[in-house]
Design a protein around this ligand. Structure first.
Ligand SMILES: *Cc1c(COP(=O)(O)O)cnc(C)c1O
Length: 404
């Protein structure tokens, strides 16, 4: 059965571009995106033709060496970055480390990295490890998300924030934060894990200095897909690369004994690029080629608003964890429920896949390219039934697995 809003949805046909298992309503594209249908064919060709037949010639003949920059430029459009300011490389965690080192080097007289207690742990862990490694008296200052703006002062070197909170979906006003950050002479660094591909980001227009993000969430690059890293062009001349591998060298195949950084953001590359992973991400990005990101955002808001209003009307057991105003959130809706883990397991057993984040958050991501309003209503009907009949209250749903 279709929902009236699906009949006028300009993105409705996009669902056909994805391979979604029968009977599954997938509300976890913010954790691992769905497989675009044409990706297996592309990977098959890269493996059998490019690798299998071209062998070492593939680096030149198939442009493997430029893949980090090419894929980076495709992501640049989605995040509002200037051309040649994004590379696809490494993992988000590693890129956080690389950016933090480069950002701290731009403010040698300052010692404080400011972040918030809603940030994703790996970002905080990487900052803690770097602080200890540098051993030069740096401080990681972690404040409540609501206190961040007030905490941006003259002693801050870097403001490191995740744009959309992974638990609650709360979204920062990038422009306002970056302005305040620059007003005190600090560096504005954003993690776009839950932003890139979920809505149009405006890194350049909003004045961000650096950004990182995941390839496997809304960008659908596949499990463990390469991440991306952005550095504003105004920093390219002075960017200090902390991991000085040969792929970030100005002339890797000169085999010089001494390191000399490549020009621009390329110097943030480290080692040999993972061609299979990059090819999958490259192919996955095809689905965005003809997408109007404003339409994508409008549909995301429409799906989220429908889900929220239906859940609040039919599932009084759940408490909204996150902003009510769509302008203040990303593309996810989260609720608190004491038995959240068991509830999510019961949902998954019935084909509605979201995820759980400790201690008590059930999280639903909305990916406008492959979800319909009818999907949303079906998911709410299943959720309502599970809560009403306490179907989550079974031992098998309470046994924790390694990945939640
Ligand atoms: C998912 C996520 C990460 C993941 O980092 P990896 O290095 O890919 O494991 C980092 N930061 C945020 C905000 C995330 O949501």
């Amino acid at each position: 059965m279709s929902h009236p809003l699906d009949l006028t949805d300009p993105l409705a046909a996009k669902k056909q571009a994805f391979s979604i298992p029968e009977g599954t309503i997938y509300l976890d594209g913010n954790s691992l995106g769905v497989l675009p249908r044409h990706v297996p064919e592309r990977i098959q060709a890269v493996v059998t033709r490019e690798w299998g037949e071209s062998l070492i010639r593939g680096w030149n003949d198939h442009g493997w060496m430029d893949l980090p920059a090419r894929v980076g430029n495709r992501i640049a459009r989605l995040v509002g970055a200037e051309p040649d300011s994004v590379i696809a490389a490494d993992s988000t965690s590693l890129n956080v480390f690389k950016v933090l080192v480069a950002a701290l080097a731009l403010r040698p007289d300052r010692k404080v990295i400011l972040s918030d207690s809603g940030n994703f742990p790996t970002d905080l862990y990487m900052a803690q490890g770097l602080r200890d490694l540098l051993d030069r008296g740096h401080e990681l200052r972690v404040v409540d998300p609501a206190e961040v703006e007030a905490a941006i002062g003259e002693d801050i070197a870097v403001v490191m924030l995740t744009h959309v909170d992974y638990r609650t979906g709360r979204r920062y006003d990038m422009k306002a934060i970056a302005e305040k950050t620059h007003a005190v002479g600090a560096i504005s660094f954003w993690d776009l894990a839950h932003s890139a591909g979920a809505f149009q980001v405006h890194l350049a227009a909003d004045g961000a200095d650096f950004a990182v993000g995941c390839g496997y969430k809304y960008l659908n690059g596949g499990p463990g897909a390469p991440a991306f890293l952005y550095a504003a062009p105004r920093h390219h001349g002075t960017l200090a690369a902390p991991l000085t591998g040969w792929m970030g060298h100005d002339a890797p195949f000169a085999f010089d004994l001494d390191y000399r950084p490549a020009r621009g953001v390329d110097r943030m590359r480290v080692g040999t690029p993972p061609i299979l992973g990059l090819s999958a991400l490259d192919a996955a990005l095809d689905v965005f080629d003809d997408v109007d990101m404003e339409q994508l955002r409008a549909k995301s808001v429409s799906l989220c608003e429908l889900f929220l209003s239906e859940v609040e009307a039919r599932c009084p057991q759940l408490e909204l964890a996150g902003p009510r105003n769509p302008d203040e959130r990303g593309s996810q809706i989260s609720f608190r429920f004491e038995q959240g883990y068991a509830l999510m397991q019961a949902l998954i057993a019935r084909g509605v896949i979201g995820d759980f984040r400790a201690p008590d958050i059930v999280r639903f991501g909305f990916t406008p390219l492959y979800l319909s309003h009818a999907d949303v209503l079906r998911a709410v009907a299943i959720l309502e039934e599970i809560l009403r009949d306490r179907l989550w209250d079974r031992e098998e749903y309470k046994r924790r697995q390694k990945v939640t």
